[in-house]
Design a protein around this ligand. Structure first.
Ligand code: ZN
Length: 490
């Protein structure tokens, strides 16, 4: 092991030294997507964050079993216990089978993850394929007295649980506070308290996705699937559970309560949460009209995008911030990331052609490598790591210009180190079409426009017209404005 990895545990709210329960094996569970729509930037951040953790743990020599689920049942609108299932609703609107919706968006999610160079997990369980395990877990919670049945539905009893175990240890919320904010129970409410959550829901007649259970034909509550599948594949207590900060409460808090209620054991040693992405300072969401899908980023087909941004540009943009910081999207920020990525990849090309210089080395590659590991070991600080890699870029370019000398040994180390951090750990891909190519096409279009302008000045309207038509054929529309001729894509 290189050094000690420190990670911030949301449970203790502190940085802790990572020590797996059964060294060298590591069990890691990350909440995957509910597959009822196209993956967007908000899906990319946890995927990339935990991909880097997965890659780094493997690099350090751990044997990681990485479980990332697909939620295909039980996730209701507004993340609540009432309302339509998100997948059923989509199926109804699209006139499809729910599993057709699931398959379509799971395929599409996998394709996007591939493009982002996110490694597939070791196991990708579907909630709908683990109904038996979920019924079994709900039954144990009922047997242990921490749940109650009402009209065929089973609810988790938070007040009862809180008398024996502290509820709210992850989010810091107190039951007394929840009680104070609780609205009066509405007439049809089956729960003892509004903050109790469903382990099993009886299906209404129109609810399509349903299974038999001891209590009713119905379906599992959303929180239960992760507890049941995590325990099935990683055991009653495993090392790492990750997800976005938005899942911390109530989803992950409920997972802890369910597992303790069923197994009398804290299910997870380290809870890790990535922070959220904002768009021009605003929370991302469909209601704000700023939920840009990854496909739209890759094609540039969205009104808030100035141009397309390749998958590696998106990945690099995410990695430039520490995972616990918020990350604000803007065209300027993404374009700056694209330029940074170009520099990093161009330096890799330069590095391949570098020759060792005689007369010793004037660069300290060992020191730089220690700083890179230091950044990763400090709670996966990819932001600092990237700044150290730019120091490597400076060295590479200076050696190339003859301003610095490097001996064969140091050059070998630099090559190995650069490849390890840029490609193996950060998971960037060499040779992707990056912004430089887009910049080049921008310049080509501009030069066509100036040729056309010249032709017009020379009253050569045939040539000017033919340039306009050629551009139009390529989907480029010209517009006369006060500041001169502008162009846009059709
Ligand atoms: Zn989950």
């Amino acid at each position: 092991m290189k050094n000690k990895l420190h990670i911030t545990n949301s449970l203790s709210r502190k940085k802790e030294i990572f020590e797996p329960i059964a060294h060298p094996f590591v069990g890691m569970y990350v909440c995957g997507p509910t597959v009822y729509g196209d993956a967007h930037l908000g899906h990319a951040r946890p995927a990339v964050t935990f991909d880097v953790l997965y890659r780094y743990l493997e690099h350090l020599g751990y044997k990681v079993r990485y479980v990332r689920n697909i939620t295909d049942v039980g996730h209701l609108e507004n993340d609540a216990d009432e309302g339509e299932d998100k997948i059923t609703k989509k199926a109804r609107l699209e006139k499809q089978e729910p599993m057709e919706v699931v398959q379509f968006y799971a395929n599409s999610y996998h394709k996007k993850m591939d493009q982002l160079n996110v490694l597939p997990p070791s196991i990708e369980p579907h909630a709908s394929a683990h109904i038996i395990e979920q019924i079994e877990m709900a039954r144990r919670i009922l047997d242990n007295g921490y749940a109650y049945e009402k009209n065929g539905s089973v609810y988790f009893d938070i007040i009862k649980y809180n008398t024996d175990h502290p509820y709210g240890i992850l989010s810091g919320r107190k039951v007394e506070e929840l009680l104070a904010y609780t609205r009066e129970l509405e007439g049809q409410q089956e729960k003892k308290n509004t903050f109790d959550f469903a382990l099993w829901k009886k299906a209404t007649p129109e609810h399509i996705m349903r299974w038999p259970s001891p209590w009713s034909d119905g379906y599992p509550g959303w929180h239960l699937e992760c507890s049941a599948m995590g325990a099935k594949y990683l055991g009653d207590r495993f090392d790492i559970h990750g997800g976005g900060m938005d899942l911390l409460f109530p989803h992950h808090e409920s997972e802890i309560a369910q597992s303790v209620a069923a197994n009398n054991k804290m299910p997870v040693k380290y809870w890790l949460h990535n922070n959220m992405i904002t768009i021009n300072g605003q929370k991302m969401g469909k209601s704000l009209g700023n939920a840009v899908t990854l496909e739209q980023f890759f094609t540039g087909d969205h009104e808030i995008l100035d141009k397309p941004y390749g998958p590696m540009c998106i990945r690099f943009f995410i990695l430039q911030a520490h995972y616990r910081s918020t990350l604000d999207f803007s065209n300027e920020a993404l374009q700056a990331s694209g330029k940074g990525l170009d520099k990093l990849l161009a330096a890799y090309e330069t590095l391949q052609g570098l020759k060792a210089s005689g007369g010793g080395s004037s660069v300290d590659i060992d020191g730089l490598e220690r700083e890179c590991y230091g950044a990763m070991n400090d709670d996966l600080n990819t932001s600092v790591l990237i700044s150290r890699l730019f120091e490597a870029v400076r060295i590479i370019n200076s050696v190339n210009d003859g301003q610095l000398s490097i001996d064969a040994d140091a050059l070998d180390k630099l090559k190995k180190m650069y490849k390890t951090f840029v490609f193996d750990i950060l998971g960037l891909l060499p040779g992707e079409e990056t912004k430089s190519k887009d910049d080049l096409s921008d310049k080509l279009i501009e030069s066509m426009l100036s040729l056309r302008q010249q032709a017009r000045q020379n009253k050569d309207y045939d040539t000017a017209d033919s340039i306009r038509k050629t551009l139009e054929g390529l989907g480029i529309i010209l517009k006369d404005t006060r500041e001169g001729v502008k162009w846009e894509l059709k």
